[in-house]
Design a protein around this ligand. Structure first.
Ligand code: AP5
Length: 215
């Protein structure tokens, strides 16, 4: 089973994808995480990508497809992939079809997390994460037990550079212009799209997502 977890920045793709991957034993493939890893390592690709990420713009399709293609080569015998933050443009969606064909896989559907823009801005302004173990918190809805410190490994929590309000507004605009059309593209290609209300508690949303996947 391969699925796309779709939604605006901050809709909860990472939070829900992590739980689905644990529950179903699937791989969560987040292009944002792959890019942040390259930025952290200071690779040429990371340095180039950072300029776009900090501005809230999309990184070039060719770069993203190279990253995804590498991961997918290892997935032939896996239990399936949850794509988080990919595809984000129609050319990326077209390329994903080819990548899946090459490894003999199919797409089961798209899960669309629907969240209002004001809630997104609130969530992203409150997001902090652990640079060491990757745990994600929210200062409003899911704060760490000790302010500024990761519950799991004790490292100091940081805010993502692209979670500043102006950049979040730009990311939302880019989502509407370049990424939302991907949903229509999948509908036109008869791929099932399930919309799940993402303005609720994390557990409630997770229950609905699992129900869709086990239908
Ligand atoms: P990426 O990392 O993919 O960012 P994004 O899509 O903008 O999504 P986020 O990670 O911000 O949010 P999320 O939906 O995962 O929410 P989360 O679960 O963390 O991409 C970053 C950048 O990389 C892009 O801008 C672009 O430059 C580049 N990029 C990446 N992929 C690309 C691609 N394919 N093509 C081109 N460029 C690409 O939750 C957010 C916060 O809310 C957290 O604090 C969380 O605790 C909290 N929260 C979650 N759920 C709930 C809930 N139900 N109630 C209350 N709070 C909640």
């Amino acid at each position: 089973m391969n699925i796309i977890l779709f939604g605006a920045p901050g809709a909860g793709k990472g939070t829900q994808g992590e739980r689905l991957a644990d529950h179903f034993g699937m791989l969560k493939l987040s292009t944002g995480d792959l890019l942040r890893d390259a930025v952290k390592k200071g690779t040429p690709l990371g340095l180039e990508a950072r300029r776009f990420m900090d501005a809230g713009e999309l990184v070039a399709d060719s770069v993203i497809l190279g990253l995804v293609g590498e991961v997918m080569k290892q997935q032939k015998d896996g239990k399936g992939v949850i794509f988080d933050g990919f595809p984000r443009t129609v050319p990326q969606a077209e390329a994903l079809t080819r990548i899946l064909d090459d490894v003999g896989m199919k797409l089961a559907g798209v899960l669309l997390l629907d969240v209002a823009d004001d809630e997104i801005v609130r969530r992203l302004s409150g997001r902090v994460s652990c640079p060491s173990c990757g745990s994600v918190y929210n200062l409003y809805s899911d704060p760490p037990r000790v302010a500024g410190t990761c519950d799991r490994c004790g490292a100091t929590l940081t805010q993502r550079d692209d979670d500043k309000e102006n950049t979040v507004r730009r990311r939302l605009a880019v989502y509407r212009e370049q990424t939302e059309p991907v949903v229509a593209w999948y509908r036109a290609h008869d791929v099932p799209v399930h919309t799940v209300a993402g303005d609720r508690g994390v557990d409630e949303i997770q229950t609905d997502l699992r129900a869709v996947l086990t239908r």
